[in-house]
Design a protein around this ligand. Structure first.
Ligand SMILES: [Zn+2]
Length: 482
């Protein structure tokens, strides 16, 4: 029986089965599963580049050895210590041999595996076999069986230990984000071949895949992963004939099995244990890739992929030591949930860009308009009116030093206040308001859109034009810094 014959439905264990299948070259498990445990240890317990000393009792000499440790961040989940006897030589303590982690799967009691249902010998789930559930209070709703501990058969336990090699991860300070793909086993295995292994980097400082930006919040990191993934898909498409799984992700082919899902687990490491904070799922690859392609079409530059990444990268602000990325988180979250990203864009512009005397980077307005048109279904004509009028308004306000009017616009709390501010603008800046903006429809809508959204987009265009006029030298900056 192949390891891929029977899925467990659990994304952690299923990923481990795929890794194990690849590691064993398609062969079934050997009778002594601990030989495989040792193979996995050898892959993930690696030399640190530092050397240590121990007392070799056979020769009565101090010898050196290469220190090893768990590859980051696997060590968060492995709490196995080797208590090596020590000796005191000339006042100094030495190990009597290099420490080695003693990991063993000791199958004992007979029972039913909580993951695959197999009857037979089982082992209690340990943190390193199933990192996200062992302490029920940390993730109680994820798997209800956790309250009494979990039983694992040899196959599932080994898969659990293997799964660390399947994740993509990012760290920001003490916050970690782990990403795992899931679908049917055969398809998941194919996805490794054609996608996941290409995203994984060998060196892993702060993460094991490259991203245009990162931060401490979940949605911005998920979004960064998608940008990376889509850039890869686009590259493959341009090289011709991506395989069927990739074509499924881009929407070029129908989904032919269980949908591909990304699970994102976010949490913090407090020095003792990992505390899970959030679990997100994403499976809307086709519509997101369509949007991604529209964005790139709209960006009239040589390298639209980079320009697009720069648009999202900019929504961060360095304050003293830390970089605050809350605006980016809110924008990414809105887009991933098909909601309105304008309020956090406006907040960033009025709170950060003004302080930095810097307009939004090239492409921001194009990206927003494309999104509003494609996803929120905002009328193209209205978008054009707002862009044109916002530009005029911001430029005039800059010329007459009337920034206060822009804040009044942004702060309008209801439709009456909004119309009142438009009236003031007309009077103070001597601008004619397009009558379409004054035509209020039932439900406080303007040209089919909620008045509030119209106001926010107008305020964004206006302040951006204001900043461009005031600080033209900053206007061409491409994206923020990481
Ligand atoms: Zn099992």
């Amino acid at each position: 029986m192949s390891l891929l014959d029977k899925a467990t439905g659990n994304f952690w264990i299923d990923n481990g089965l795929v890794v194990l299948h690849r590691m064993l070259g398609g062969n079934d498990l050997p009778d002594d599963v601990n030989t495989v445990v040792q193979q996995i240890v050898n892959r993930i317990y690696v030399e640190t580049g530092n050397r240590g000393e121990y007392w070799d009792e056979a020769t009565n000499q101090v010898k050196t050895y290469n220190k090893r440790s768990w590859r980051e961040p696997i060590g968060l989940f492995i709490k196995v210590v080797d208590s090596v006897p020590k000796v005191k030589i000339e006042g100094k303590d030495y190990y009597t041999r290099p420490p080695e982690p003693k990991l063993q799967i000791s199958l004992k009691s007979s029972g039913r595996c909580d993951f695959c249902g197999a009857q037979g010998k089982v082992v209690d789930a340990k943190l390193y076999l199933f990192p996200f559930v062992v302490a029920p209070d940390k993730f109680g709703n994820f798997y209800s069986g956790a309250r009494r501990g979990l039983n694992m058969c040899a196959r599932c336990a080994l898969a659990g230990f293997s799964a660390f090699e399947s994740w993509l991860w990012r760290r920001q300070g003490s916050t970690y984000h782990f990403f795992l793909f899931h679908t049917d086993l055969e398809r998941l295995s194919g996805l490794y071949e054609s996608l996941i292994q290409h995203l994984q980097l060998e060196s892993d400082t702060g993460g094991n895949f490259s991203v245009p930006f990162f931060g401490e919040y979940p949605f911005e990191n998920l979004f960064a992963l998608l940008l990376r993934l889509f850039a890869f898909l686009r590259q493959r498409e341009s090289e011709g004939a991506p395989d069927s799984l990739l074509a499924e992700l881009t929407g070029a082919q129908m989904v032919s099995g269980n949908p591909i899902v990304i699970y994102e687990i976010s949490g913090t490491y407090g020095g003792q244990s990992f505390t899970m904070r959030a679990l997100n799922q994403f499976d809307r690859f086709q519509p997101m890739y369509r949007l991604y392609s529209k964005w790139l079409e709209r960006l009239a530059v040589d390298n639209p992929v980079r320009a697009l990444e720069g648009v999202f990268r900019q929504f961060q602000h360095r304050r003293q030591k830390a970089t605050e990325t809350l605006w980016r988180e809110q924008i990414c979250r809105a887009i991933l949930q098909q909601a309105d990203p304008l309020p956090p864009v406006s907040a960033f512009l009025y709170e950060v860009s003004v302080e930095q005397e810097k307009p939004l980077v090239y492409g921001t307005l194009e990206v927003l308009e494309t999104y509003l048109q494609e996803v929120i279904r905002m009328d193209e004509k209205l978008l054009n009116i707002l862009r044109g009028f916002g530009f005029e308004l911001g430029s005039q306000a800059a010329q007459k030093d009337e920034m206060g009017l822009l804040y009044a616009l942004r702060n309008a709390k209801n439709l009456d206040q909004f119309l009142e501010v438009l009236n003031q603008i007309q009077f103070v800046l001597e601008l004619t308001i397009n009558p379409d903006l004054l035509r209020v429809e039932p439900g406080e809508r303007i040209a089919g859109a909620p008045w509030n959204r119209v106001k926010t987009l107008l305020a964004i265009h206006a302040m951006n034009a204001y900043l461009r006029k005031k600080y033209p030298a900053q206007a061409t900056t491409q994206g923020g810094e990481q």
